[in-house]
Design a protein around this ligand. Structure first.
Ligand code: VTB
Length: 313
């Protein structure tokens, strides 16, 4: 079990990152927003009494200056923890002052997180209380939707599917349209998209499509705490990506991962709002302090809460 004592510290790590990014809301500079979030998150992590290792980060070693995969964080004493970070999920949202930008992280004990390369990943996710392994990436969209509708005792027309709006999803979208499924398009931010399948305030029944691998592991961490099902598979499009995956220890390149293949054991998940969003509100600057709202999960404590804190700058 991860000590509950570190939970508040991880929340403040996320809050600091979100605050860093918030200074660039609407400034049309996504690189600066991301950098500010990374700087704040890194400096806050390094103040913690943990022996942390970044497993999912801003990049793979050579190309990313900070919070790269393999970077050690914390003071080097305390629990051995593996950490997945996305200091700013929604760089476009922040730059353009649009909803749903978050700072997000997940934590497990050492060895608990899949070291996914920064490549694309196929994803399918559904909510709680459904038959295990109900949907599958190898099924047609039609089969998955029909199975889900049947299990929910409804019809495809009443199902809502969340999809990233990308040309690569045209085939999925066409199938959904043929089935008259309600589509919720998102322009970015598939961590929130995947989590929406378990959000009681959301109408989303299923998430489908290809997004970032790191974001996939982060979303899976949340579902590992609150329930729901998710299946993923890496999309490795050339030799360079295949080598990157192999370097991270992945041998079965076509493996379909369930949540328990991506995240093992106790898990902490925290997402803090940068801009207002469906999951959490954004940062509010109050002068000498700021308010930050976070969605926090800790599996072993069965904890799921939304917290708003006032933090001195
Ligand atoms: C998703 C989404 C991210 O990238 O992973 C997406 O969660 C996938 O990449 O917020 P493309 O933009 O290349 O399609 C983001 O939209 C941006 O990192």
């Amino acid at each position: 079990m991860i000590s509950p004592d570190v939970l508040d510290k991880f929340i403040s790590v996320c809050e600091r990152a979100a605050y860093g990014a918030s200074k660039f809301i609407g400034k049309n500079d996504k690189i600066a927003a991301d950098q500010a979030a990374v700087d704040e998150m890194r400096s806050a992590l390094n103040k913690m009494d943990i022996n942390g290792r970044v497993v999912i980060g801003e990049g793979e070693m050579d190309e990313a200056p900070m919070l790269f995969i393999g970077e050690k964080v914390g003071k080097g004493k305390g629990e051995d923890l593996d950490i997945a970070v996305d200091p700013l999920e929604g760089t476009n949202f922040t730059a353009k002052n649009l909803p749903n930008a978050i700072s997000v992280l997940a934590v497990t004990k050492k060895g608990g997180l899949l070291s996914a390369p920064d490549t694309y990943m196929e994803k399918i996710a559904i909510g709680k209380d459904l038959p295990k392994n109900l949907v599958d990436l190898d099924n047609s969209v039609k089969k998955n939707i029909n199975l889900l509708a049947e299990a929910k005792n409804t019809i495809p027309e009443k199902i809502t599917a969340c999809v990233l709006k990308r040309p690569r999803h045209n085939k999925i979208i066409k199938s959904l349209e043929e089935l008259k499924v309600k589509i919720k398009f998102i322009s970015d931010g598939d961590v929130t998209g995947v989590i929406s399948v378990v959000d009681p305030n959301s109408s989303v029944d299923i998430y489908l499509g290809i997004g970032g691998g790191p974001e996939g592991v982060l979303a899976a961490s949340a579902l590992n705490c609150i329930g729901g099902q998710m299946q993923t598979r890496l999309v490795l499009s050339d030799n360079e990506e295949i080598n990157r995956a192999k370097k991270l220890g992945i041998t079965d390149l076509k493996k379909k991962y369930n949540i328990e293949d991506m995240i093992k054991g106790d898990t902490i998940f925290c997402a803090t709002g940068v801009t207002n969003g469906e999951m959490v509100n954004g940062i509010i600057d109050k002068g000498d302090y700021f308010e930050a709202s976070s969605f926090v999960l800790h599996k072993s404590q069965n904890l799921s809460k939304k917290v708003t804190n006032k933090i001195k700058k």
